[in-house]
Design a protein around this ligand. Sequence first.
Ligand code: F6P
Ligand code: MG
Length: 483
Amino acid sequence: FEAPYPPWDFTDRNSFAFETVIKRWPVILTGIIDNIYCRNHDLGVSLPSKSPEETALIEEQITEGKKIINEVGQIKYDMARDRALPRIPDDGEALTDVYNAELDRLTEKKQNTWLRVPWLYSECYLYRLVRSFFVQTKYWKDYDPFLQQKEATFQKSSKAIYQLATTMHELEGDKDSLVSDPDNLKVIFKEMIQMCLWGNATDLSMLTHLTHEDIQHLQSVGKDAQAARAEYILRDDQEKVWNHLMSLAGKADSRVDFVLDNAGFELFTDFVFADFLVTYTPYVSKVVFHPKLIPWFVSDVTPADFKSATKSLLSPTFFPEDNTSDAPAATASKESREHLYTMVKRWESYIQSGVFSLSVPIDYPLGASDVKANFWTSPYPYWNMEKLAPELFADLRQSSLAIFKGDLNFRKLTGDVQWPPSTPFETAIGPIAGKFPILSLRTNKADVIVAVDDEVAKKLDASGEKWRYNGKYALVLFQPKAE
Ligand code: F6P
Ligand code: MG
């Protein structure tokens, strides 16, 4: 499938694409360097207590860490000078050929330098290239340079987490009336879907410097906060999604798939939404979560993040208790702690029984080769999934609803193409439209936009507000399966 417009690239200096290559990537790369530097420092500090044999191994590890720092530094340098992208080395992990074949194609067109490549390709390539630096070492193969950042932000999310746990607890009391009256259920459904949508706002590749207050603000989940935000949903197919869900009534084995985005708070909201669907609605019996197999766009969920999420939530010490300005959130009542505990225990039982499952084994190490899951870390738009990832495609054909979370998934669904804003979602997603029911929950964090009235888009463009990417606006887009 070829879209009739080019993908977003870095030529428009007013685009978010340009800001990304000039400002955001250098910050993200510097974050990786700092992270390894700190790890190396800790390793160095541990040396005096070690035996000579251990010391030799740790020193080897530190040397490898320094090498990775140099390699990451080199990309930063090249980027700023618009140099050519290097090939992905043959590191034994997935997709090397895919990335290099595309790079060859771009080289032929003289688009293989950092400011000439298409944005979507180069950003995926960047995370794959960084991964290769770790893979080619002895001691850093399993190292996720974003893990600390993911955990730290998760720990700052306790306020909204306790609040949502209490909301779910309150639903418990209303369960009978909810299940017997679809109209009541619909009201809660809408709250849930919006909570899951705005959960996408805490994305670490966007928000490179988040204060505690920023996080709380982004995560405000009460009814009023949601109502205030509803006007920012520029296209809202919630009603259609609800009707689709109701049409699943009575069907055995209806399955919802979450193509996950970010770990931490967003993953928590995905769990809550999934829990609502299987526990409180009669429409869904099973949920499958799809993670990324390498560290990806800073905050995306890896199998390890998925596995540790419930453990962290159940740990009595995960959320800091003190009231310092850096961690003011967690003065949680005994009740809300219990609500959280009960809910997360239920999730664990769902994981045990297979009501919730990860699309790959939960213990998968980073970089595992998995013919289906590797598709999510390829540079491909999703419209050619049938051809490029036939097994994944066949799997999703069985899904009653595939929920694509977040901005990057939206960019891949639409090919990150410079569509006119009013292009229908159905057109923008190309041949994947109609193949299985698709729901995109996206807060706007990139230039690509579809399914919005031209008038509205023009007005917003003219207002000077960075509505395409400031994370304040959102889209809820549904495309049903063709009969
Ligand atoms: O760095 C660019 C980008 O793809 C943005 O479009 C977006 O801000 C971010 O990375 C990823 O966002 P999300 O986690 O919602 O996919
Ligand atoms: Mg992400």
